[in-house]
Design a protein around this ligand. Structure first.
Ligand code: DQA
Length: 145
């Protein structure tokens, strides 16, 4: 069995309510349920969401003692602001896939830069919540090889 941690950053607890024209109508709970039931065979998922940067960093640090095989992370706005999240992700050895529900490159200029893309295994943008499924498949292939 492989173990994958799915991390969601600030405001993603409001999926389904927050700017549905940009992020869709699916709630975070629905998304997590769908991912759990459709996960690649042999993959166990754990989920964590926080609106607090330090808490997210602490959760990533826990992976040093309790490692996982891969991480899916939508860092939300921290993507564009946080050297600290980047440093935390650099500290753990598990590969991660960066996901953005919206096409950040088609939006405001401040969303075009990511502090984590260059250290990610893959980056998936603009595929809606299906991007999380693509991320799990990408990690699954990577873990198997
Ligand atoms: C987001 C894009 C970010 O720019 C934004 O701050 C979010 C969500 C996305 O999933 O499209 O919170 O990461």
């Amino acid at each position: 069995m492989s173990k994958v941690l799915v991390l969601n950053g600030p405001n993603l607890n409001l999926l389904g309510q927050r700017e549905p024209e940009v992020y869709g109508a699916t709630t975070l709970q629905d998304l997590e349920n769908r991912l759990t039931s459709g996960a690649p065979t042999g993959m166990n998922l754990e989920f964590y969401q926080s609106n607090h940067e330090g808490e997210m960093i602490d959760r990533i640090h826990q992976l040093m003692d309790q490692p996982v095989d891969g991480i899916v992370i939508n860092p939300g706005a921290w993507t564009h602001t946080s050297v600290a999240i980047r440093d935390a992700l650099s500290t753990v050895t598990a590969p991660f896939v960066e996901v953005h529900i919206s096409n950040v490159h088609a939006r405001e200029a401040f969303r075009h830069h990511s502090y984590v893309s260059d250290i990610a295994l893959a980056v998936i943008v603009g595929c809606g919540i299906q991007g999380y499924t693509f991320a799990l498949e990408t990690l699954d292939q990577h873990i198997q090889h």
